[in-house]
Design a protein around this ligand. Structure first.
Ligand SMILES: Nc1nc2c(c(=O)[nH]1)N[C@H]1C(S)=C(S)[C@@H](COP(=O)(O)OP(=O)(O)OC[C@H]3O[C@@H](n4cnc5c(N)ncnc54)[C@H](O)[C@@H]3O)O[C@H]1N2
Ligand code: MOO
Length: 423
């Protein structure tokens, strides 16, 4: 492992990481199994949506010209010559003065051009009731009213989804509606997480002096799920350099990404840093960001990309947000790997990070100033003087305020960029 001589900016560190990761191979999966995956190719719609002209209302399919003179004082009576239900394949013909009962979603007969909702007609039992043999229309209707035209939503052959799209519920429904059964997606990285620290108590063990409950694996596994990595293998290292180095070698050969937390400081027992010293393509960097200034990342000899994150829980979370999340999305071939900062009004004063990008966990909420436009406000979720260990307050944060290195302190009422990170 080598160490950077100078302090990098967060952007430089991110660029360094992104240069060393690329999209994983492609898999073919059923649309119904593809939720949360990333599309690997553009998909053109094999069908037009709607597939054919169909009714937007329960009512009568007519020729608008036949009822052009209808009015409350000169109603017109139409002869009912058929009925089409949703799913019905019939195409009844209409002569002048004919109507066909039609239900929402049913194909509009070729000979009709307009649908009159049943509420606007008089039937067997008066206004708005259904008619058996003839129906009375008391108003003219515009040609094409209540007809959903073939292809008005999506035309056959047009691009329905683009390589790099996250396949969320709406996108998958669009593909399913267009008759797409299978899609090509990027493989999801296989990720192993190793937590280190002899002070960490496993679940259900009693707490002795000096011990704390282990929480970083819960944090990291959750953050991984939030960027598409569902299956995560978690290891608890015993804090011996030799066994950790052995574990990292093993995991490095069978995973795409290995993440560790803790043990990268300059301390005498910072075993991750020591274990990674033998890895030539891993780099220890000091980054001008607060928290999360210590970053070790790079390619393990076995092939996996390693992120050795600081042990402090909020530092680990911020490292994940700044460097790991974009890399994992890039590996999945996602077209957009960055979050979009939005402006929010600071609810309190706080000290900036003097020469470092401050990434402060905040609670972001919508506010409506009297008479003004609605906007967002943000309040520190943790004490800005001691962020990196404040795992409790961090739990309430739904975003991070990004205060640039040269900006100085923040004063209540200032506008600051925030990124929203809640799932
Ligand atoms: N002399 C210096 N000391 C420290 C420096 C420095 O530059 N010079 N940097 C500080 C910063 S910044 C950080 S961040 C930490 C990095 O330390 P490590 O990555 O070695 O982390 P640990 O010492 O192992 O742990 C730090 C802290 O986090 C708690 N922790 C660790 N793992 C977990 C876990 N899985 N679940 C919950 N909590 C965890 C651990 O108990 C410590 O309190 O170094 C500073 N020191
Ligand atoms: O810089 Mo450490 O990595 O914040 O808490």
């Amino acid at each position: 492992m080598r160490s950077t001589a100078r302090v990098n900016t967060a952007q430089e560190q991110l660029n360094w990481v992104l240069k060393r990761v690329g999209p994983l191979p492609i898999d073919e999966v059923a649309v119904r199994e593809a939720h949360g995956l990333t599309l690997a190719t553009d998909v053109k719609s094999p069908l037009s949506l709607p597939l054919w002209d169909n009714s937007a209302m329960d009512g009568y399919a007519v020729r608008a010209a036949d009822v052009a003179d209808a009015a409350p004082d000169s109603p017109m009576t139409l002869r009912i010559v058929g009925e089409v239900l949703a799913g019905g394949a019939s195409d009844p013909s209409l002569d002048r003065g004919d109507a066909v009962r039609i239900m929402t979603g049913a194909p509009v007969p070729t000979a009709a051009d307009t649908v009159i909702p049943v509420e606007l007609t008089r039937g067997d039992k008066g206004d708005g009731s259904w008619a058996t043999d003839s129906v009375v229309v008391q108003a003219a209707v515009a040609v094409g009213a209540n007809v959903r035209r073939r292809g008005e939503d999506i035309s056959e052959g047009s691009v329905l989804a683009t390589a790099g799209d996250l396949l969320g519920a709406a996108r998958l429904a669009a593909l399913a509606a267009a008759g797409v059964e299978r899609v090509l997606v990027r493989k999801v990285p296989r990720v192993a997480v190793v937590v280190t620290g002899s002070e960490l108590r496993g679940s259900e063990e009693p707490l002795k002096r000096g011990q704390i409950p282990e929480s970083n694996s819960v944090l990291i596994a959750g953050l991984l799920r939030e960027c598409g990595v569902q299956a995560v293998e978690v290891h608890h290292s015993d804090d011996k350099v030799a066994s950790l180095a052995h574990l990292l070698r093993e995991l490095g050969g069978s995973f795409d990404v290995v993440m560790t937390t803790g043990g990268i400081g300059p301390g005498t027992h910072d075993v991750v840093r020591i274990a990674l010293e033998a890895e030539p393509a891993v780099r220890a960097a000091r980054v001008a960001v607060r928290p999360a200034k210590l970053q070790c990342a790079g390619k393990l000899s076995g092939g996996a990309f390693v992120f050795a994150l600081p042990g402090n829980p909020v530092s680990a979370a911020v490292s994940f947000e700044l460097f790991v999340r974009p890399a994992l999305l890039a590996m999945q071939g996602r077209s957009e790997v960055h979050r979009i900062p939005v402006p929010a009004v600071a609810e309190a004063d706080w000290r900036g990070a003097e020469g470092r990008l401050q990434v402060l966990p905040v609670v972001v909420r919508p506010v409506v100033e009297s008479g003004g436009a609605p906007m967002l406000s943000c309040a520190p979720a943790v004490n800005p003087r001691g962020v990196s260990h404040a795992v409790g307050g961090h739990g309430a944060a739904n975003g991070y305020a990004l205060v640039e290195a040269d900006r100085g302190d923040v004063v209540a009422g200032d506008t600051v960029p925030v990124i929203l990170v809640a799932p």
